[in-house]
Design a protein around this ligand. Sequence first.
Ligand code: ADP
Ligand code: 5GP
Length: 216
Amino acid sequence: MGAIGQLFIVCSPSGAGKTTLCRKLMERFAELRFSVSHTTRPRRPQEVDGRDYHFIDADAFERMAGSGEFVEWALVHGNRYGTSHAELRAALREGRMILLDVDYQGAAQIRAQYPNATAVFILPPSLAVLRERLRQRGTETPESLELRFRNALREIEAYPQFDYLVVNDELERAVEALCGIVLAERARRTRRAEAAERLLAEAAALNRSGNSPTAG
Ligand code: ADP
Ligand code: 5GP
């Protein structure tokens, strides 16, 4: 059987820094593939359609959801966001590690279908810092900022469903923690069993030829 890709979910309240951390992670691990979601949220000036999101209108989203094109989708801060089957299938087939930036509802839906997915929750060091990061990012209207800040509590309450928690205080420290998790996940016995089995097969072949590595 060929390699099977690994799903790596990163989640956080808005403004905690998951987009920043995901970008850093992609710089470190070139083989990571970012899962580009579909959304009805208007594009921010620095965002690129097809790279950050597939920006679509409510009707198109409805059609995709209706025809079962999403692995998961959710209403988040008043807009719809979804991960398409097409996006995941391509990466899974290539045997790559896929990075998903989804909210806690999306994380739960993905884990229900892919129980081996790894889920990391990013926490801000404090609520005051969270609000300040949202403000200084300069992308939200006052109403949207308040909505995102109010929703943060519900999102943080979902932390028990995650495998790892990373506090994004100092950026480089948080990046290191995230990289450490990727490395640890890659080294899981269940994903590395082939390497051990190969050595055992090699030993068995040596045994058969009378050059047993365990003899003596
Ligand atoms: P999210 O994707 O979780 O909504 P962003 O990655 O957009 O959050 O980060 C929100 C703002 O906080 C951005 O302006 C980003 O540059 C800033 N930021 C992210 N991480 C840190 C950090 N560790 N220290 C200071 N500022 C940060
Ligand atoms: P933003 O508008 O700040 O880019 O994202 C808002 C929220 O939507 C974030 O919590 C982000 O993780 C989440 N999100 C982005 N893409 C998806 C997706 O495909 N599915 C779900 N459920 N949430 C998503």
